[in-house]
Design a binder for this molecule. Structure first.
Ligand SMILES: [Zn+2]
Length: 182
């Protein structure tokens, strides 16, 4: 379903088609979808432009910026793209048919089209990355990791000094005090 054959749309100016997005959770390189992806896109042949419009809901798994634990963030991502159409001679069809092309006005992401087949997964991944918060916390008062020992300070303070200077022998005077006097 994530690859859409747009042959008919590409041939027919004015034609539009709606495609439902209903995908089980999956991982795509650095993006992890942890709930189903639900939404739709509409692809329109507007003559010189191919319009791709839509939106979907899902949940991303992200990392707390301070303590690095997993955080689940529901998102609603929107897809709003347009690509240039031009008459292209193709070996497949031995014919001149409208195809999506790269030009100065509209950037065409690499790998988005394989002939008339569009890789919708690529647009979904791109939209999710744009929608995801660039920084997220597991909770507002997350204590983060100790910069010295790396311990997660949400799970109790570590023995490092509050200013972050690691004092490996901080506990020693206490030990000496416990030594019996001779
Ligand atoms: Zn955190």
């Amino acid at each position: 379903m994530l690859r859409l054959d747009l042959s008919e749309i590409l041939r027919t100016v004015g034609m539009h088609q709606r495609y439902e997005i209903d995908e089980a959770p999956y991982e795509d390189e650095d993006v992890e979808f942890v709930s189903p992806l639900i939404g739709s896109v509409t692809v329109t042949n507007a003559g010189r432009l191919l319009l791709v419009r839509g939106a979907f809901d899902t949940t991303l798994e992200l990392e707390c910026a301070r303590c690095l634990v997993e955080v689940r963030q529901p998102i609603r991502a929107e897809i709003e793209e347009q690509y240039s159409l031009a008459e292209v001679e193709t070996a497949h069809y031995h014919d001149v048919i409208p195809m999506v092309v790269q030009d100065e006005e509209n950037e065409l992401p690499e790998g988005l089209f394989d002939g008339p087949v569009m890789n919708l997964g690529l647009l979904i991944r791109q939209a999710a990355i744009l929608t995801a918060p660039w920084s997220i916390l597991c909770r507002e008062d997350c204590q983060g990791l100790c910069p010295t020992c790396g311990k997660n300070n949400n799970k109790g303070a570590c023995t490092c000094a509050p200013d972050g200077t690691y004092r490996p022998f901080a506990a020693l005077p206490e030990l000496f005090r416990q030594e019996p006097n001779r």
